[in-house]
Design a protein around this ligand. Structure first.
Ligand code: XMP
Ligand code: MG
Length: 183
């Protein structure tokens, strides 16, 4: 999708496709170093993390498995409900595994703190988080995040997996929406 196709819906481009790629290179190098000799289970949280999963996993050099979970905390709006439901659970047994959650964004942190606790209760060797985006000013709970791509302002963002009412996920960059789209 070209920017011009949705240009009227966007207020700004916050992070370009190139900036995302460069940052993922750096994050992957760090993860490769940290997990040397380990068999990583990369867990993606549907649907927002699909782009991060695809682009981060291809930059990792050691053998890994990928699994998916779907949780819901938002509905189609822009505010966190704090209520997390498992819509699709992992297929994998986590016993003794080194689990790395790949996420698109940590906003209030409610979803991730719940998810980390849930996965830790399944007997893994470790559970860490790699997120492309984090909104420090929106944090409601402290989440210990090992890898962060970008800290961003407390604004609703779309693109690169992130949606508003299921749209804009296929934008290759991160942008902010013009107020008329959601007001
Ligand atoms: P919390 O608040 O629990 O949010 O950290 C986690 C999930 O909420 C979605 N989310 C967003 N989606 N633009 C989006 O398109 C945003 O700015 C945004 N903030 C939160 C997202 O699914 C995330 O995993
Ligand atoms: Mg998400």
């Amino acid at each position: 999708m070209d920017k011009s196709d949705v240009a009227g819906d966007l207020a700004d481009i916050l992070i370009t496709e190139e900036q995302i790629g460069t940052r993922l290179d750096e994050m992957a190098a760090q993860i490769d170093a940290d997990y040397a000799g380990k068999d990583v289970l990369l867990v993606g949280v549907l649907k927002g993390a699909v782009m991060v999963m695809a682009d981060l996993s291809r930059r990792l050099h050691h053998p890994l498995e990928m699994d998916w979970m779907a949780v819901s905390s938002y509905g189609s709006g822009t505010k966190s409900s704090g209520v997390v439901r498992i819509l699709k659970d992992l297929d994998s047994d986590l016993t003794g595994r080194d689990v790395l959650i790949a996420e698109d964004i940590i906003d209030s942190g409610l979803t991730l703190s719940w998810l980390v606790q849930n996965l830790r209760s399944r007997g893994p060797a470790s559970v860490e988080i790699a997120t492309l985006l984090r909104k420090p000013d929106a944090a409601k709970v402290d989440v210990d995040v090992r890898y962060v791509g970008f800290d961003i302002p407390n604004e609703f963002v779309v693109g690169y997996g992130l949606d508003y009412a299921e749209k804009y996920r296929n934008l290759p960059f991160i942008g902010t929406l013009a107020p008329h789209v959601y007001s």
